[in-house]
Design a binder for this molecule. Structure first.
Ligand SMILES: [Fe+2]
Length: 275
């Protein structure tokens, strides 16, 4: 048991760090200005912190892959590659096609306010044995750094029958693990197996392995829901990652006010925001 690195202070303070830079206030002002009155439904995303949804059709998956631009050399590794879209206009057209109907409704229901797209990144993942944690930090249990109210959508763009997917622990289990100190632990201290830690502390522990098909996507709260990824064992997997934050007007308003921000933000960063 002693080989678990536990740090309750960092686990609690890390997400507060981002919230204190303005994202709590941003959420507050977004809700205040939304004036939503519709009924809110408790879907899997609100209940558990993640959900699997049908997002786009085959035609659009192909269109998105065709829109792939340059690889970001500084953030890419041999087995994990990060790509820009070809240009900002193309990205905007793709977002217009994705953020409609049930997909838009799910995000509006989640925030009960409008939202913005803060990043849109194309990923290519190749098979590799998960031996060295330093090369595979996403494959061990973790929460992503970032404001607690940011949301991710991981859309699968390729058929993958060879093991790629993501495992999730629900929000309740994640909260309890954070309370005993396993939260945003340094990469070298991340673990592939948390069951012994959960059992010792009587924390309910049910792993949910989600394997989206082409055109499906996983919505999840990266800072609040513990997760770990799995590479394909054969072939390559392609995904589009969209990052959302609450926003006082619709996403096109953010896009117009910050023309290149989403397009350039392949590092998936969160600027200081003072709404
Ligand atoms: Fe992650």
């Amino acid at each position: 048991m002693s080989d678990f690195y536990l740090d309750p202070k960092t686990a609690e303070s890390s997400r507060a760090t981002y919230d204190a830079t303005g994202y709590d206030k941003l959420y507050f002002s977004s809700i205040q200005q939304s004036n939503f009155t519709s009924e809110r439904y408790l879907d899997s995303l609100l209940l558990n912190g993640y959900s699997l949804n049908k997002i786009i059709d085959q035609k659009l998956t192909k269109e998105i892959l065709d829109g792939r631009g340059e690889m970001d050399e500084s953030r890419s590794k041999e087995f994990d590659q990060v790509f820009y879209f070809k240009d900002n206009d193309l990205l905007k057209e793709v977002l217009k096609k994705i953020l409609i109907e049930d997909v838009e409704k799910t995000i509006l229901n989640y925030y009960y306010s409008n939202f913005a797209v803060i990043f849109a990144v194309l990923l290519k993942t190749l098979p590799k044995e998960e031996k060295d944690l330093k090369d595979n930090p996403s494959m061990a249990w973790h929460c992503d750094m970032g404001p607690s109210n940011h949301l991710k959508l991981l859309i699968t763009l390729s058929e993958d029958e060879h093991g790629g997917g993501t495992e999730y622990l629900n929000r309740e289990t994640t909260d309890l693990l954070k309370k005993i100190g396993y939260g945003f632990v340094p990469i070298e201290h991340r673990k592939f197996d948390l069951k012994p830690l959960a059992e010792k502390n009587n924390i309910p522990f049910n792993i949910d392995l989600v394997k989206p098909k082409c055109g499906e996507g996983i919505f999840f709260e990266p800072a609040r829901t513990m997760h770990r990824g799995f590479r394909p064992t054969k072939g390559e997997s392609h995904r589009l990652v969209l990052g959302f934050i609450p926003w006082p007007a619709n996403w096109e308003n953010f896009h117009n006010q910050n023309p290149d921000f989403t397009f350039k933000n392949v590092g998936m960063s969160f600027p200081k925001i003072n709404p």
